[in-house]
Ligand binder design. Structure first.
Ligand SMILES: [Zn+2]
Length: 489
């Protein structure tokens, strides 16, 4: 252990020297794999110094590339190169499958009746109106159990050239738009069914988008529907972007019980993304380097680094969509790490069993065991972890959707730390876990080193534990039990 630790520090110093002297630098040679890559062995081997070393490199990449590492930018490409070089230096065969996706931006968004203005938000993928707007008489969709979801909802109404105003609910926005477009409507406005603006609606895809579509607040709904005519102006753009995931699997271990461990590699355009999600990236990467490409393990481990997470879990979604039924059946579980060194850190594990009874329900069978493994690991370290809602807001979402059990640790984002949590874990009560979330201040200087070190070891512990066994008390469904557990998906 002492030997391994001093080796890591030595490698770090070398990397530091070369980074200050030159712009192009070779990846540092990978650290020696641990002899026994089980949970405790790996947890000890993944050190704070090594993880911070990766974060220094990712921060340098952001600084050299306009301050960010967002999908579709040179900063992202450089991040991919860094992770690939590190993995290859440890003997991994690395794939960087490319995927395509549509990116949507809206500039002008306005809505006016003859006597007043309303706030409107373009539904994602909405086409633009003509530059000076689109004016039409208003046809409110009759109120029923599924407003505007079927053509029969508009029986007896003339939608030709009209601006249709329909309540949110029951069917997707894209379907409401398609029904109205089929009947000749010029535009559609969806009224929120809860207080506040409807500002994150989507038509679901560029292929679905046909007529300009926007969302208005529940408060404005009645006045919008009562207007004699409306002028809608939307200036939007949908562009096709490419990005890449990074995938590398151990050459050893059972490939029919694969342990997949992942972190998203992209940042938001607003900042360098060192906690979100350099931290998860660094921990998964260092675990891969310490495990090595040919570890003595029972189950194969697949290390994954996702692109375009910040644009809607795009990389992980494309990846899961591209898996064959056999590929999916061969994945035992998925471990996700997204933000593990938050400035005002919490110690949270995804609530796989829904014991907290908050938000979304429990994950697929086995998610409860994964939660237990991480909670127990932190407990051994003297930390009383809590659950965090299994809401699918990170790359485990697409995996649990197809029935693959998932879990991981998380140090919090824009949620507020309670006084009880501050007493238990330190930090500041009544402030968010990460005040730098999605800003230019998401830098290494603002990472909580103690949380980073503790959680990075927990990452390694979880991966090592399941690499040795996915069965037993803290196991996940295997063989026929897996088939049975996922049969409903
Ligand atoms: Zn993230």
């Amino acid at each position: 252990m002492t030997l391994l630790a001093s080796f890591a520090v030595g490698a770090l110093v070398l990397a530091g020297c070369s980074s200050s002297s030159d712009d192009e630098q070779p990846a540092s040679s990978a650290p020696t794999p641990v002899a026994t890559p089980d949970g405790p062995g790996l947890a000890d081997a993944v050190t704070e110094a090594a993880v911070v070393g990766h974060l220094e490199q990712l921060e340098r990449i952001a600084i050299d590339n306009n301050g960010n590492r967002a999908a579709g930018t040179s900063g992202y490409d450089a991040s991919v190169d860094y992770v690939v070089d590190e993995l290859e230096s440890a003997g991994f065969e690395v794939e960087t499958p490319e995927f395509e996706f549509d990116q949507f931006t809206a500039d002008t968004q306005s809505l006016s009746a003859p006597d007043r203005q309303f706030q409107v938000n373009a539904l994602t993928y909405s086409p633009s109106t003509p530059g000076d707007g689109l004016t039409g008489r208003v046809v409110p969709a009759p109120k029923d159990d599924s407003p505007g979801c079927e053509a029969t909802d508009y029986t007896g109404l003339d939608l030709a050239g009209a601006v249709v105003v329909v309540d949110r609910g029951v069917c997707p926005f894209g379907q409401k738009q398609t029904v109205a477009a089929d009947l000749g409507a010029a535009a559609v406005l969806v009224v929120n069914n809860e207080p506040g603006p409807l500002d994150s609606g989507t038509l679901g895809g560029a292929d679905v988008a046909r007529i300009p579509s926007g969302g208005v607040s529940q408060e404005d709904g009645p006045a919008v529907a009562a207007a004699p005519e409306l002028t809608l102006t939307l200036d939007t753009e949908t562009t096709t972007t490419k990005s890449r995931n990074v995938i590398a699997q151990t050459k050893t271990g059972n490939a029919e019980n694969v342990v997949v461990a992942g972190a998203h590699l992209d940042s938001v355009p607003e900042g360098p993304g060192i906690n979100d999600n350099g931290s998860g990236t660094a921990a998964v990467l260092e675990t891969a380097l310490r495990m090595g490409s040919e570890p003595d393990v029972t189950n194969a481990v697949r290390f994954t680094f996702w692109g375009a997470e910040e644009l809607g879990l795009v990389g992980s979604t494309k990846y899961v969509e591209g898996l064959s039924e056999t590929d999916k059946a061969n994945i035992a579980l998925y471990l996700n790490f997204d933000m593990i060194g938050s400035h005002n850190a919490g110690y949270l594990a995804y609530d796989g069993d829904d014991s907290d009874k908050v938000g979304e329900p429990a994950g697929p069978p086995g998610s409860d065991a994964i939660e237990r493994v991480f909670v127990q690991r932190l407990q051994q370290e003297g930390i009383a972890a809590e659950g965090t809602d299994f809401d699918g807001r990170s790359d485990y979402g697409p995996f649990i959707e197809v029935g693959i059990p998932a879990g991981g640790v998380f140090s919090g984002a824009d949620e507020t730390k309670t006084p009880e949590q501050a007493t238990k874990w330190g930090g500041t009560a009544d402030e968010t876990f990460d005040q730098n979330y999605h800003t230019a201040e998401d830098t290494l200087a603002n990472v909580d080193r103690a949380a980073l070190a503790e959680n990075a070891s927990a990452v390694a512990y979880g991966i090592g534990t399941y690499a040795q066994s996915v069965e037993g008390q803290d196991g996940v469904p295997v063989g026929a039990a897996r088939t049975e557990a996922r049969s409903g998906e």
